[in-house]
Design a protein around this ligand. Structure first.
Ligand SMILES: [Zn+2]
Length: 216
């Protein structure tokens, strides 16, 4: 199951998008984004909206479905999830793979569990999760009320910043959720806000998006 995560290096974009920005919706020059996307083409992109919709695809098309998860059971159909602090979640199995966008909204609406269920419906047996670089629990500061809201369903999301203010650890909560449904995992230790090699919406806005890519 080939998979990888891009970083900021090797692209054509300039300024706040320097250099391998893969997103068309963030204000970058579309021609440069197209050149950047060519580095990982052909691959299926989606129009991510922090929802819980998942689309099953059989081939790469120029259409970008409005969804936050792509799944395929076909070989050689690379799926792309774009992020800049959210978790790029790649789900792999021998029978199906998925690329899932998991931010705070995605954690709350349980898109990852929905994706695992969908993959199992499609025949996936042993599902393994790969969590790419994302903002860490010490950096993702949120208002106390928001922290409390998320923790009602996801107690493992509890975190505090280095200065002691309320924060959320989305990866810890997601891992707990995945383990509860029998999915094994590996998680990148990289924090996108702390590591300049990655786009971070919290560090800079506007900015670009990097990607997780997976294929069967
Ligand atoms: Zn951090």
């Amino acid at each position: 199951m080939p998979h990888f995560f891009t970083d900021r290096r090797g692209g054509s974009s300039l300024g706040v998008y320097e250099s391998l920005n893969l997103a068309l919706h963030v204000g970058d020059d579309p021609d440069l984004v197209a050149a950047n996307r060519a580095h990982i083409a052909p691959a299926q992109f989606m129009n991510q909206v922090h929802g819980d919709q998942i689309v099953i695809i059989d081939s790469v098309t120029a259409e970008t479905p409005i969804c936050d998860g792509l799944i395929t059971t076909k070989p050689s159909v690379p799926l792309v999830v774009m992020v800049a602090d959210c978790i790029p979640l790649l789900l792999i199995s021998k029978e199906a793979v998925g690329a899932i966008h998991v931010g705070r909204a995605g954690l709350v609406n349980q898109i990852a569990l929905k994706a695992v269920r969908t993959m199992r419906t499609l025949g996936a047996i042993d599902v393994h999760a790969i969590l790419g670089p994302s903002i860490c629990g010490k950096c993702y500061e949120v208002p106390l009320q928001l922290q409390q809201e998320v923790m009602q369903e996801h107690p493992r999301a509890f975190a505090t910043t280095r200065k002691g203010t309320p924060a959320l650890d989305l990866s810890a909560a997601l891992i707990s959720e995945l383990l509860s449904v029998g999915v094994s995992f590996e998680a990148s230790p990289i924090c996108t806000l702390e590591d300049q090699m990655y786009f971070s919406h919290r560090r800079q806005n506007p900015t670009g998006r990097f990607a997780g890519v997976v294929s069967l």
